[in-house]
Write a protein that binds this ligand. Sequence first.
Ligand SMILES: *Cc1c(COP(=O)(O)O)cnc(C)c1O
Length: 415
Amino acid sequence: MKPIGPIPPAFAGQQGELTIGGVTVSALAEVAGQTPFYAYDLDLAARQVARFRAAMPNSIDLHYAVKANPHPSVIKHLMTLTDGLDMASGGELARVRDCGADMEHVSFAGPGKRDAEIELALTLGATLNLESEHEAASALMIAERLGVTPRLAVRVNPDFELKGSGMSMGGGAKPFGVDAERVPALVRILLDRGADWRGFHIYSGSQSLDAAAIAECQRASLALAADLANAIGEAPPTVNLGGGFGIPYTANDSALDVEAVGSALDSELGRRDGVLKDTRFMIELGRWLIGEAGVYVARILDRKVSKGEIFLVTDGGMHHHLAASGNFGMVMKRNYPVAIATQMGVEASETATIVGPLCTPLDRLAADMAVPRAEIGDLVAVFASGAYGLSASPTGFLSHPNAVEIVVEDEKVTF
Ligand SMILES: *Cc1c(COP(=O)(O)O)cnc(C)c1O
């Protein structure tokens, strides 16, 4: 038997049929019109935002990193609760434009921006987080052609990284950002060319559960921003301190102590270099805001036994949820938080492996998990699925039907 990850507090301890946002999974399946589906509880996302606000210094702005979950209802909901949105592509930018986002608080990072993406950002008035000198030159040229003053920040490749993070994005040679030592010269060019220089973007990693490691990165980011500003001789209007707040996925994980991150940051802000005294700071989060608010639900199609082992075969799998199968940025395959959604709180009586319908051994939602006896027709819930779920999965693989996405807010279900 292999342990499962921790079921998020909103769902742990439920009895009988699982409810999401107060609605039973079978009622949700009815509205969705099918299984598998993803359901996002928007009230839980709002609760995370409130928790962030309570834990962090008041002066810190919160941005939502849309790539974690680009569903329009999720974007619209988080857009009203946060202070800005961070994009990773022109496609995301078009999406938030269609959602009615205020472009003054939208930024766009990511290497290899095409001219058309840069043009879209500049036309809309979003801030480009420049990833290279070439990108800076393109942005200045396109802005001149359009006759606009470009809002430009520089993404810095810092010399440090977020320790213990699932995905490191700083420290050493990286495709992201401009090496710190070349940043002052680049910013001077932006200033000389009359750009609206917005400051620095310093992102050093993702999915960390270690409050001390995040606090250390924020301290180092503040010091780096001050050094760069002093070298340039101009104060940055904004500094994006990155994010990296993780959520628990597997049995070895425990929740991040955000309150500890907040109090450490409060002290660091108090002793920051004078050059940053009027700077606005922001933190950009995806996963931590929406990850635990999402549940992926699939139905058991078959129950079979092979050499004494029980396999529960569902209509969902890695084609909708690559991360739960352990194939998205995970070094070791460990079980996500998974439950038989139609039998919450029922004592386990057997060990089963839950798989999807794909013809590959990679398609596994949970291995050797202790479960109550589940039958064909029972529903399986995969928790912690609100971020990097459907949009981070190979949905075309094997040409099965796609999953449906629904949102629940105030016990009302919509698409
Ligand atoms: C992916 C990404 C994020 C969001 O990361 P989470 O782990 O979802 O919080 C934020 N900023 C940048 C630059 C990213 O690439």
